[in-house]
Write a protein that binds this ligand. Structure first.
Ligand code: C2E
Ligand code: CA
Ligand code: CA
Ligand code: CA
Length: 276
């Protein structure tokens, strides 16, 4: 660290130093947490517009470390992606989701569970195989597992071809794919064209400005029509109010997710919601 520089340089490098330390600490603690299966999963329900019932939930990772405290997914996931630990988080989440599907199935509930994954994770040659192995090991029906995929960056053509193949393999076994964060990021239209997806999930940044902006209203309506014209299911996330829900339903959204229905909650609380 530079001693004699101006104040700004010193404080900048101190900040950088601190960030690097935190990253290293998170990586170290995360490895241990994964080893001890010390991560938790919350589930956020989705309402099917036609049946007005909860038919699917999204699994979201939660981590509170003894030393660091709570690490939010927005901090955790980018670090996990950088260090490669994202694959371990993915396996953990899938296993939890499969176990949960079976617990609900035994209680007479057929709930679909989705897990989040980066398109990039499908570059791993073993990704599809290891997902199928987890399904086989747990006995979870593939038709109840969905994978929400996102990608912030462009993929080279070669990687895209390989990834598409892996996804097709899973699709043939009954797993379905949701294109997450639709409308943001680099590849929405391209991924919509090449990947075997069956649902668009429109990003919550659109929902949050829906009532304030006529442009957003036209955009969201357009995205819903686009999805429909491609015979995809369309879900809106980040729905916080009845007004937003009504408008999105009037556009033809098939399902609604957000604080208006429920925040992400533990599995047992999902069951309580279902009984209501
Ligand atoms: P996402 O997949 O777009 O998930 C939606 C995020 O919005 C979640 O944040 C959820 O708690 C939050 N949310 C839900 N409803 C509302 C609402 O009505 N209003 C607002 N303002 N927010 C709402 P969370 O759980 O903090 O996750 C953030 C992101 O981290 C996720 O965005 C996802 O990209 C990533 N993530 C979370 N869990 C996992 C995981 O297990 N694996 C991977 N690869 N990524 C994950
Ligand atoms: Ca998601
Ligand atoms: Ca999103
Ligand atoms: Ca996301």
């Amino acid at each position: 660290v530079r001693e004699a520089g101006g104040d700004k340089i010193v404080s900048l490098s101190k900040a950088t130093h601190k960030a690097l330390n935190r990253k290293a600490l998170i990586e170290k603690r995360l490895l241990q947490a994964l080893d001890q299966k010390n991560l938790k999963v919350l589930y956020q329900p989705q309402i099917d517009v036609y049946s007005r019932k909860i038919t699917a939930v999204e699994a979201l990772v939660r981590w509170e470390d003894e030393v660091i405290g709570v690490v939010s997914p927005d901090e955790l996931i980018p670090i996990a992606e950088e260090t490669g630990l994202i694959n371990n988080i993915g396996s953990f989440m899938l296993e939890k989701a499969c176990e949960q599907v079976l617990t609900w199935k035994k209680a007479g509930l057929d709930l679909k569970v989705s897990i989040n994954s980066s398109v990039r994770e499908f570059r791993d040659k073993n990704m599809a195989q290891s997902i199928l192995e987890t399904l086989a090991k747990t006995g979870c029906p593939a038709s109840l597992i969905q994978i929400e995929i996102t990608e912030k960056f462009a993929l080279e053509a070669e990687a895209a071809t390989f990834i598409t193949k892996q996804m097709r393999k899973l699709e043939n076994e009954g797993i379905s794919f949701i294109l997450d964060d639709f409308g943001t990021g680099y590849g929405s239209f391209r991924y919509m064209q090449i990947l075997p997806i069956d649902t668009l999930k429109i990003d919550k940044t659109f929902t949050s400005s829906l009532l304030k902006s006529e442009k957003t209203q036209k955009l969201m309506n357009g995205m819903v029509q686009l999805g429909k014209s491609m015979e995809l299911k369309v879900v809106a996330e980040g729905v916080e109010t009845a007004e937003q829900a009504d408008l999105l339903i009037s556009y033809g959204c098939d399902a609604i997710q957000g604080y208006y229905i429920s925040k992400p909650i533990p599995a047992e609380e999902i069951e309580v919601l279902l009984v209501k």
